[in-house]
Design a protein around this ligand. Structure first.
Ligand SMILES: Cc1cc2nc3c(=O)[nH]c(=O)nc-3n(C[C@H](O)[C@H](O)[C@H](O)COP(=O)(O)OP(=O)(O)OC[C@H]3O[C@@H](n4cnc5c(N)ncnc54)[C@H](O)[C@@H]3O)c2cc1C
Length: 369
């Protein structure tokens, strides 16, 4: 059989491109080297994280949200429209929240004062709490279940073929060579996430790509039901959406003095609760071309102690620890390159793949086919 498009990698980026190509009536095959996706797409918080995205990507966010909604409606895969709650424990953090909501008045968010936060979310630490930013736009899903479910959905609804346990090693279109056999396809899309050494490595070199290792933890099921995803001042520093707030520098300087290790390890303290009431907590950011296979206990300790500070009465029994790795370019927000005719590389979604991929793929596919 000859395919119109062969896609390498069954992470969110590859599957988002498979969706748009198949929707346009093309015959698509996705080739994945593992038994199922085991990359960043199943190791993350599972947050559709609109609050962290810059204003200029609002079109991509909106397009992505439509596809997630279609997927959730069709498959009934678990998801929670719980929004997010950014907690402020310092006057400068409260000031930043005020600044942010004045800058972005069109968003579905509002500021809660200390009393309102505790009334609605009594599990949050009241000590030194100033208030919070509530946004209703964020969605929590459980990526370990959603990602395989997307593959099934694409197979059934859009007749996409998946070839698992197969590694693409080279191409000479229309032939694509794998470690097992060859595939015929008119076009090739390469979305291999952090595995960017094998196919067209020169493209990544030019984009100054590197790998980022992120440590994550999951607790046993908690007795506390936490509806919005919770985040703190470290996320103000981490996400570019807050970068226009003038108070950010004040916060960064203070944290550098008070908790330098949080900045050193790029900790972005975030909590999301899944459908089993387990808390997914993280994360850290360590950049290197080669990923250290060993997790640092110091990082886990910083994450757990940060969590205990915001949820002092919640039971926190760690069930799992892991790390995820994503690709990040230091000079581009994403990599969308065509190294030769009929070949497209899409990569380096960094920390925004679950939020932006469907929207980005819509644009990429319409100019590629
Ligand atoms: C800890 C963590 C938390 C995150 N939290 C969020 C979040 O809450 N919200 C959000 O929007 N984003 C989040 N992200 C970012 C998001 O997960 C990534 O941007 C996204 O998953 C990248 O998707 P991908 O398809 O490029 O890569 P991957 O998911 O890594 O998929 C690439 C796939 O390609 C396969 N592959 C590689 N080489 C080959 C080959 N030669 N042949 C065949 N198959 C191959 C791999 O096996 C892999 O399955 C987080 C990331 C991490 C690590």
């Amino acid at each position: 059989m000859k395919y119109d498009i062969c896609i390498v990698g069954a992470g969110i980026v590859g599957m988002a491109h498979a969706y748009w190509a198949a929707k346009k009536g093309l015959k698509v095959i996705v080739v994945e080297k593992n038994h199922t996706c085991q990359g960043a797409s199943v190791r993350n918080f599972g947050l559709f994280w609109e609050i962290g995205q810059e204003e200029k990507y609002k079109g991509l966010v909106a397009d992505s949200k439509k596809i997630w909604t279609e997927f959730f409606e069709d498959t009934k895969t678990w998801n929670k429209n719980g929004g997010s709650l950014g907690l402020a424990y310092n006057d400068d953090e409260m000031e930043l929240i005020n600044e942010y909501s004045k800058l972005y008045t069109n968003k579905n968010h509002h500021i809660l004062n200390h009393k309102d936060v505790l009334k609605k979310y009594p599990y949050v630490n009241s000590k030194n709490l100033k208030g919070a930013l509530y946004s209703e736009n964020e969605i929590t899903l459980y990526s370990r279940e959603s990602i395989p479910a997307i593959a099934e959905w694409l197979t059934k609804k859009y007749k996409v073929d998946f070839l698992f346990d197969t590694t693409v090693i080279s191409e000479k279109l229309p032939t694509i060579y794998t470690n097992k056999s060859s595939i015929k396809a008119a076009k090739l899309i390469i979305s291999t996430g952090a595995d960017f050494e094998l196919l067209f490595p020169e493209v990544y070199k030019n984009a100054k790509i590197t790998k980022c290792k992120l440590q994550m933890l999951k607790t046993e099921a908690s007795n506390t039901v936490i509806t919005p995803a919770l985040y703190t001042a470290t996320s103000f520093i981490h996400y570019a959406s807050f970068s226009k707030c003038k108070t950010l520098e004040v916060i960064r300087t203070r944290i550098k003095k008070e908790q330098p290790q949080y900045l050193y390890y790029g900790i972005n303290l975030l909590v999301a609760q899944n459908n089993y009431n387990e808390l997914l907590i993280g994360d850290s950011h360590e950049y290197d071309e080669s990923v250290n296979p060993f997790n640092k206990e110091e990082i886990d300790h910083l994450i757990i102690s940060g969590l205990k500070r915001i949820l002092p009465t919640t039971d926190i029994n760690i069930k799992e620890r892991w790390h995820g790795v994503y690709a990040k370019s230091s000079n581009k927000k994403f990599i969308i390159e065509d190294p030769k005719k009929n070949v497209l590389i899409v990569n380096a979604m960094a920390g925004a793949g679950m939020t932006l991929s469907f929207g980005l793929a819509k644009k990429a596919i319409s100019s590629f086919i």
